[in-house]
Design a binder for this molecule. Structure first.
Ligand SMILES: Nc1ncnc2c1ncn2[C@@H]1O[C@H](COP(=O)(O)OP(=O)(O)OP(=O)(O)O)[C@@H](O)[C@H]1O
Length: 821
């Protein structure tokens, strides 16, 4: 696509954005809970539109070359991502469920399930900071130092004679098999000859012979023609991939090349822009700086004189924290400024006095308040649904306005090379330079004011500064974390964690490799009062929303609703570990492994655990983004520790972990992800308190199994031909997880089998035998996991909601019946 095309897309995105911003205001009005469905519908619409916008801004930001536009686009992109996250939270609050059936909304908006996919901004990976890359190198270097030991352990050496015997016996077996097949064929030939000799030859006339040959030939030809027609028909209706795949691939690679070229141009233009920033700054300081300085001084002096003439004394100089002298010229008269400053001083005095009094009253009031307000507010909140005010809308609004004022009506022919715009740059830099100079001028003028007071008013001891804002109190309330390793560098802590196996290299897995289709009949199921199970597609979207989008950008994390931890619950093989690794790959996060099995024998004792948790969280925070993974998360909260695991003491990190998690604030891009397949063994309260979100991962449904079979066979290097009935395979593999399916495929599609594919295509029956050897997820196991999930806080709320809704419906029906009578 050309620059013009991206420009058009940008303009179109802002038209949509304007429409969305207009729809935001009405949603802030509270809605009675009876209208839950229409409220949910409205939020879902907005959510889907923002998702679409996110996709567009991501494409434009990825390909636009002009550096100033890209800066604005990044702000807009982050704003839209943040809004999507906020709307997702709203959906959870309204639905009281982690997954939502948006099929009806999709249909109304004429969208496809592909529009539900949460796009991960490409810049997360492309613009990963150099620090992240350096860290990867550092980890690889430490691991390579450790490797020789493990590789020696992994492969025990075999004595030479033993190896020769092994090779010889394998070779003899091969020769034996060959000879046996040869002998079998010779024997068969002999038997056939003997049978012909015994039967005697059947004689055909020449006409009979001709008819037989014609029959066979015509049949063969017709079958061939029908097969060909069927193939072209299937190709035509898009049921088969077109034969010219190479052409298709060529077009794709050409497009990819084009995108890469634009990215290279982006870098060139960015470098140019960085140079220009430094140059403009210096030239502004040299050319306009002295004038600015003098003008400011004159203005401030004038203010001194006017104030003195009006009030009889010189004013107090505004504090630096309040913006220094810029406060004076914010369209206010000297009198107003003096009043403001005095008011501030008085207010701070008052508030001090009030605070003392308040402390006493507080405890009494608290008790009363809790009783009264708690009841009324709770009652209201229960009956009214309302969207929370957004923190990202102001950001989006500001970006939207900037686009309209600066870029919308600009004729691009003025900047054909897509270089930066010097005028805009100068304007921006002028403001910055003005601020810098003002700080210097303020320093000088403060001194001048002091001298003036001495000379004119003969005042000496008066305070020049207005009282400072209290900043320490609020932060002082929160407990500060003690640094247990103040004298150690991050690098040394990092190395220690790698050596102890607490920091691991994560496998490279993209989130899109977690394949799975969505639930197409979700709304129909919920209408029939059947709680739909989350599909694999839902799980992937939730991981993108809760983990990847939050960890990927510091700007988004610090403003978006905070989520510190996720628990993935599902039977073995449903891809829990894979998702953890995908989050690390997509965001470039460190992977810390705090699984109880991994901690066995490491950092013993109470102090040891404290130190270990401290080190993990310190490194995780300093080298963010980070993922802290706890496999078999139920073990940390065991109701009763099994005898064989007592030695491991799996619960020892429980307290320190909870403490460390509480200290994570917005902006600390650290996420705890727990995985478990037996959550029933853990105490519910503790587990649900530590993990803020719980995602239930059931076994895949038919649609997901279909795409899993297809994707995994292709990933193994085999082409899925018409001979392979994927539908049948999906049907018979009900109850098996993605892990099972992968195992079956790996045992069938071996290298040897791949070589035979041209002569002997794959068929469904080959997989069935291998699948049958594996244990599926039994209904009892799944039911017990479901039961557990319904006992979680969100599960309980959801159950209550559906019960209430059912009761309300029944009451309505009963009323209608009465009326009819
Ligand atoms: N949806 C999926 N798409 C592609 N591959 C998948 C999917 N789900 C699982 N897999 C594959 O299945 C295998 C098993 O997955 P994984 O080990 O992540 O499961 P798990 O739930 O963590 O299992 P366990 O509870 O036994 O540790 C992995 O190789 C993974 O790549």
């Amino acid at each position: 696509m050309s620059e013009g095309a991206y420009q058009c897309l940008w303009a179109a995105s802002h038209v949509t954005l304007q429409e969305l911003l207009d729809q935001e205001q009405p949603l802030l009005e509270p809605v009675p809970s009876q209208d839950r469905q229409s409220f949910q519908y409205k939020i879902s619409m907005l959510y889907l539109h923002y998702l679409e916008l996110l996709r567009q801004f991501d494409t434009i930001y990825d390909q636009m070359v002009q550096p100033q536009k890209r800066r604005l686009l990044q702000r807009l992109l982050n704003g839209v991502v943040g809004r999507v996250l906020e709307l997702k939270d709203e959906l959870v609050r309204v639905d009281l469920c982690e997954t939502h059936c948006l099929d009806r909304v999709l249909q109304d908006l004429k969208m496809t399930p592909a529009n539900l996919e949460v796009p991960i901004p490409k810049y997360f990976q492309l613009e990963q900071s150099s620090a992240v890359k350096e860290r990867e190198v550092m980890l690889a270097e430490i691991l390579s130092r450790l490797e020789p030991v493990s590789s020696q352990e992994g492969f025990p050496e075999m004595p030479r004679t033993e190896a020769i015997i092994l090779v010889q016996s394998a070779e003899r077996a091969r020769q034996g098999r060959l000879r046996a097949t040869l002998m079998r064929e010779i024997r068969k030939e002999e038997e056939r000859d003997q049978r012909i000799r015994e039967d005697g030859r059947h004689r055909f006339s020449s006409d009979q012979g001709a008819v037989i040959i014609q029959k066979v030939w015509k049949g063969y030809q017709q079958r061939k023609r029908v097969k060909q027609d069927r193939h072209t028909e299937m190709e035509f209706i898009g049921m088969l991939p077109s034969p010219n795949q190479t052409e298709h691939m060529g077009i794709l690679s050409q497009a990819f090349l084009g995108e890469e070229t634009r990215r290279l141009r982006q870098m060139e233009k960015e470098e140019e822009f960085q140079l220009a920033i430094a140059k403009t700054h210096d030239s502004l300081i040299d050319t306009e700086g002295p004038d600015m300085r003098e003008k400011m001084k004159d203005q401030i002096r004038q203010w001194f004189i006017e104030c003195h003439a009006l009030t009889g004394r010189f004013p107090d100089y505004p504090d630096e924290a309040l913006g220094g002298s810029s406060l004076i010229f914010a369209d206010k008269t000297p009198e107003q400024v003096r009043m403001d400053l005095e008011m501030q001083a008085q207010e701070s005095k008052k508030s001090k006095e009030q605070e003392k009094g308040k402390d006493k009253e507080k405890s009494e009031k608290k008790k009363k308040k809790k009783g009264k307000e708690g009841k009324t507010r709770k009652g209201e909140a229960d009956t009214m649904l309302k969207i929370l005010p957004s923190k990202f809308i102001p950001v989006i609004n500001a970006g939207h306005e900037e686009y309209i004022n600066q870029w919308k009506n600009r004729h691009e022919s003025a900047h054909p090379s897509q270089s930066f715009d010097p005028e805009t740059l100068q304007e921006e830099k002028r403001k910055e330079v003005e601020l810098e100079i003002r700080i210097q001028v303020d320093e000088l003028m403060r001194q001048e004011l002091r001298n003036l007071r001495l000379a004119v008013d003969k005042e000496e001891g008066r305070l020049l500064k207005t009282p400072k804002k209290k900043t320490g109190k609020k932060t002082g309330k929160k407990k500060k974390e003690k640094d247990l390793t103040p004298d150690r560098s991050v690098e040394s802590l990092y190395e220690e964690l790698v050596i102890f196996g607490l920091l691991k290299k994560s496998e490279t897995v993209a989130l899109k490799d977690y394949v799975g289709d969505c639930l197409y009949l979700g709304s129909t199921l919920s209408l029939a009062n059947k709680l739909p199970m989350p599909s694999l597609f839902d799980i992937r979207q939730n991981m993108a929303l809760y983990a990847v989008l939050r960890l990927g950008s510091p700007d988004i994390h610090s403003v978006a609703p905070l989520i510190r931890s996720i628990l993935l619950v599902g039977p073995s093989g449903t891809g829990k570990k894979m998702l953890v690794q995908a989050v690390c790959t997509e965001t470039g996060a460190n992977l810390f492994d705090l699984s109880p099995d991994n901690l066995m024998g490491k950092y013993p004792g109470k102090n040891g655990v404290q130190m270990m948790v401290h080190m993990v969280f310190k490194v995780a925070r300093l080298l963010q983004p980070s993922v802290i993974w706890i496999g078999n998360a139920e073990k940390t909260f065991y109701k009763k520790i099994p005898k064989e695991e007592r030695k491991m003491d799996p619960k020892r990190i429980k307290k320190d972990l909870a403490k460390a998690m509480r200290l994570l604030n917005p902006g600390d891009r650290v996420m705890l992800i727990g995985t478990t397949d037996r959550p029933q063994l853990a105490e519910m309260k503790g587990l649900c308190r530590l993990y803020e979100r719980i995602l239930f991962m059931p076994r895949p449904d038919y649609a997901s199994r279909y795409v899993l079979w297809k994707h995994m066979i292709e990933a193994q290097g085999a082409q899925v031909s018409q001979n392979l009935d994927i539908s049948a395979l999906s049907k018979v593999s009900d109850g098996y997880t993605a892990g099972h399916i992968l195992q079956a495929i790996q045992s069938v599609v071996t290298e040897r089998r791949l070589l035979q594919l041209s002569k002997r295509p794959l068929v469904a029956s080959e997989f069935v035998g291998h699948l049958a050897k594996l244990d599926p997820v039994y209904r009892e196991e799944e039911e017990s996991l479901k039961d557990w999930y319904y006992k979680t806080p969100l599960g309980k709320k959801n159950a209550k909601l559906s019960k209430d809704q059912q009761e309300a419906e029944e009451a309505k029906l009963a009323k209608e019946k009465k009326k009819r009578k």
